[in-house]
Ligand binder design. Structure first.
Ligand code: 1YM
Length: 685
């Protein structure tokens, strides 16, 4: 799971080597003893409580995944989840998230307020129990309460408290104002007490905390964009809830407010905003069901799907369970696929869009150009998969299939004109698929796509172990020549490409396959292409785009990324795509060469070497200016080079960016460029 960056097709600046595994911080025996001594003054319950919170502090990764940016923001999601649960229970309409100066954050809701009376089992007030006892999410053993949010880690407020320097909770309930404060990882410094009065109809909960900088060692600064984006998403996924985000850290306060009566219907419109639609209507399905296996307990599963067709080729299914984006899919997506395939084919047979003897439409035919938000709420979600974002509950498949199937079918029957447009779109997709297959076969016949006929321009490496192999895709033949001579022949392959590749966002599938440069790249990489792309067959685990450090180079980079994003997405999501970082400057001094990759480094070199102003320096205009040795030394040698790994953090934002940047529509592209030009550091014109 990528976590570091706010911009979505982020280029995470990490060295090409694997990330160091996170070290476990364990207390020494001596510290352990001291902790025990300190604890001995608490009563039995408190010792248990503190041991629980101490366990969280010892292994934060087990509870929040990581202690980098993603983990830091996870704390916010945990507290917000409690407020959203209160809203879903029908008691809260508004949630506010406020970023304060000094790295603290406040979450406010207008729900019932966390219970303040004493809980028998813990002997503590409800608030203290929720904030100090691990997994005290439910209603203290009085039967299961329906909680939907917080599926991913779902660890609760006590974990936030354990990982905070301090944390305070104010509850307005039935005319009283109650306050409690914790410090140093969840130790109660002021027990809950009534500190004043309030309007008896002004209930609610206010939580403020400061993440512990000894735990979040990278940074404890919250990222406004990350919080804003997530809150907007939560507002879309839970219609009618108003969420306010406010940044009070700078003099100029930023405040945004999100509330969508249309919920995910509006979400789909937002995602598709700049796309050309085949018709404006959003197909919406909704329903709920108690699975037969749930032995009488109220364990209702809620299902919602909203979808819209655009005139493009991509399929985008964004699925959620309990407001968690299930990137890896799972049973709800399988149920959705079942429904779409069944209903579209039945309809096509019934109304003779498919004739006897025709093959069924495939799921890919049916969903070409479809954007779908699928959101379910489940009382007992099983999250599986590598990043725990795959929904495993098998009963969900049938439930989703039934609800979506029934309502998609009804949509087709009630809207025959739109049904015809969908059918025609699907038939176009079938024809394109057949044409693309033919084009692929043509290339293959000419010796294009087979592995045993690698492109002539490829200087392959001798190793056949993909894990250690790297493919450098190099802009221009002269740089390609230097790269071929400078490389490590055992592990590094070079594919020089001439000029710009096709913009696949705009081109027709047929032209894409007929394009020789793209054909060479597909063959070299070896995993095929969407929909059959198989990341386990790729011949290189690092595919490195090496272009000039100028505007043309950037353009070529974006073209490659668009291609990988549309046709080899797992190459990006599995972290195989890199961007080489050639130096911008060379300084020669006393026969030695110094390279600078940015202006700051150049200044640093000048100061360190005490260079007189006017000392000659070379500004690299292109890779072609470097000879083989220089290219190896500065850009290709795994021991010394810097590379950026391309990651995909937020599929929805990435989808919008690629549409805006590479699609037909000029206005959003201009808007994007205007909004982002300030992030551009070097512009060569
Ligand atoms: C800013 C964070 O935590 N709100 C919140 C939490 C709870 C309740 C209301 C609540 C729940 C219930 C009954 C119930 C919680 N209560 C508990 C527990 N906002 C925030 N607002 N009364 C109030 O679930 O029945 C846990 S969370 F366990 F005490 F009931």
């Amino acid at each position: 799971m990528a976590e570091e960056k706010k911009n979505l097709v982020g280029e995470n600046e990490i060295p090409a080597q694997e990330k160091e595994p996170e070290l476990e911080v364990l207390n020494t025996d001596e510290e352990e003893k001291q902790l025990e001594k300190a604890d001995s003054k608490y009563d039995a319950e408190n010792i248990q409580v503190l041991e629980g919170l101490e366990a969280v502090r010892k292994r934060p990764g087990m509870y929040i995944g990581t202690t980098s940016s993603a983990g830091l923001h996870h704390l916010v999601w945990e507290i917000v989840d409690n407020a959203i649960d209160e809203a879903l229970a029908g008691y809260c309409t508004e949630v506010a998230v406020i970023l304060n100066p000094g790295d603290t954050i406040t979450v406010i809701d207008d729900g019932r307020g966390i219970p303040v009376d004493v809980v028998k089992k813990s002997g503590l007030s409800g608030v203290e129990t929720v904030y100090t006892v691990l997994h005290a999410g439910g209603k203290f053993g009085e039967g299961d309460v329906y909680k939907v949010s917080g599926g991913l880690h779902g660890v609760g407020a006590s974990v936030v408290n354990a990982l905070s320097e301090w944390c305070e909770v104010t509850v307005n309930k039935d005319g009283g104002v109650y306050y409690v404060k914790f410090q140093d990882g969840g130790k109660t410094v002021e027990h809950l007490s009534r500190i004043g009065d309030c309007d008896s109809n002004k209930n609610g909960t206010i939580v403020t905390f400061k993440p512990d900088p000894t735990i979040f060692t990278d940074s404890t600064r919250f990222d406004y964009q990350i919080i804003r984006d997530r809150m907007r998403q939560v507002a879309y996924l839970n219609r009618g809830i108003k969420i306010i985000v406010e940044d009070r850290r700078e003099e100029e306060v930023v405040r945004e407010s999100f509330c969508y009566e249309g919920g995910i219907k509006e979400y789909v419109l937002f995602i598709n905003n700049h796309k050309k639609k085949i018709f404006d209507e959003v197909i919406y399905c909704e329903g709920s069901c108690i699975p037969p296996s749930s032995d009488g307990k109220e364990a209702r599963v809620y299902v919602e799907a909203a979808m819209q067709y655009d005139d493009g080729y991509a399929t985008n299914i964004f699925s959620f369970c309990n407001n968690v984006h299930t990137h890896e899919g799972g049973m709800h997506e399988t149920g959705f696929r079942d429904a779409m395939r069944r209903i579209a084919n039945n309809y096509a047979r019934e109304y003779k869009f498919l004739k006897d003897g025709d093959d069924d439409f495939t799921f890919d035919d049916i969903t070409e150009g479809l954007t779908c938000v699928l959101s379910i709420k489940h009382p007992n979600p099983q999250f599986e998969g590598q990043t725990k974002t795959k929904l495993g509950n098998s009963e969900v498949r049938r439930i989703v299939s039934q609800i979506v199937g029934e309502q998609f079918n009804r949509f087709l029957l009630e809207n025959p004109r739109l049904a015809r447009i969908i059918m025609e779109k699907i038939i176009t997709a079938v024809n394109a698929r057949l044409a693309a297959r033919k084009a692929r076969e043509d290339i293959r016949r000419k010796g294009g796509l087979e592995l045993n006929t690698l492109p002539g321009k490829l200087a392959d490496c001798s190793s056949k172990n993909p894990e250690e192999c790297e493919l450098f895709i190099v802009e221009g033949n002269s740089a390609g020549g230097s790269a071929k001579n400078g490389r490590n022949r055992e592990t590094q392959a070079i594919l020089p490409l001439r000029g710009k590749i096709l913009n696949v966002e705009k081109a027709q599938i047929k032209r894409i396959f007929a394009n020789a440069e793209i054909g060479n790249m597909i063959t070299a990489i070896g995993g095929g292409i969407d929909p059959e792309f198989d990341v386990s067959k790729i011949r290189y685990h690092k595919v490195v785009i090496m272009t000039d450090a100028d505007v043309d180079g950037s353009h070529i980079r974006v073209l490659f990324m668009t291609f990988f994003y549309r046709f080899m997405r797992p190459l990006i999501t599995n972290g195989h795509v890199y961007i080489a970082q050639p130096p911008l400057y060379k300084v020669e001094y006393h026969g030695k060469q110094y390279y600078a990759y940015n202006d700051a480094q150049l200044e640093n070199i000048k100061t360190t070497l005490k260079l007189k102003p006017g000392h000659p320096l070379q500004r690299y205009k292109g890779l072609g200016e470097m000879d083989a040795d220089q290219l190896w030394d500065t850009t290709m040698d795994p021991e010394r080079r810097r590379m950026l790994r391309v990651t995909l953090n937020d599929g929805i934002k990435a989808e919008q960016i690629f549409t805006d940047l590479m699609g037909d529509n000029v206005v959003p592209r201009k808007e994007f460029i205007n909004a982002n030009a300030k992030f551009v550091k070097n512009l060569d014109v």
